[in-house]
Design a protein around this ligand. Structure first.
Ligand code: MN
Length: 179
């Protein structure tokens, strides 16, 4: 099953992250989570064929097309993970605070089915903070680059300014204190 790797890494008696089940749904949703694990990073998740395709983006996204940000392809996550915000307990996989940082839908501007094999995904994000056309380009096995494509959102804003959850408006510390 597609989410075996996700489930194997987690002890659901200890973490409040959702258990992985594949759900079939036509809508294409995405989310970005700000995750303070051993190393701080963002996780970009794109709904595709009943799971969330997942990429760890150490520096987060940038509206500047010159910034080609590394995006590491990681295991597929369950659809319900797109709602997750909270604390992953110490000793568990990815231990630390997870903030839901942006969410919305996206449009596949090519054909993910073929493009995943080719290693070039083109899509339009319709989030609250992240908008417009983006590309993910594979550079080797698991390493991709996420790049802002030319459109009206080039240099739209500096995404570092968003320090609060899109879901709860909480800061990292507020999430940590009351999960
Ligand atoms: Mn993560």
């Amino acid at each position: 099953m597609k989410l075996d790797k996700y489930n194997e890494k987690r002890n659901f008696f200890k973490t409040r992250e959702p258990k992985g089940k594949v759900v079939k749904d036509k809508k294409r949703r995405f989310c970005l989570q700000h995750h303070w694990a051993r190393k701080e990073h963002f996780d970009l998740r794109l709904e595709y064929q009943g799971v969330m395709l997942s990429f760890t983006v150490p520096k987060g996204l940038s509206y500047n097309p010159v910034d080609k940000r590394l995006a590491i392809k990681v295991e597929d996550h369950p659809l319900s993970y797109r709602h997750f915000e909270g604390v992953i307990p110490e000793g568990e996989y990815g231990a630390g605070v997870v903030m839901l940082w942006d969410r919305g839908t996206y449009e596949d501007l090519g054909n993910f089915k073929n493009d995943l094999k080719k290693g070039v995904l083109k899509f339009k994000l319709k989030g609250k903070r992240v908008k417009g056309n983006w590309s993910l380009v594979r550079i080797d096995k698991c390493n991709w680059l996420i790049i802002k494509d030319k459109d009206k959102y080039v240099n739209y804003c500096n995404l570092n300014k968003y320090k609060r959850s899109i879901k709860s408006n909480r800061t990292k510390m507020e999430i940590k204190k009351n999960t």
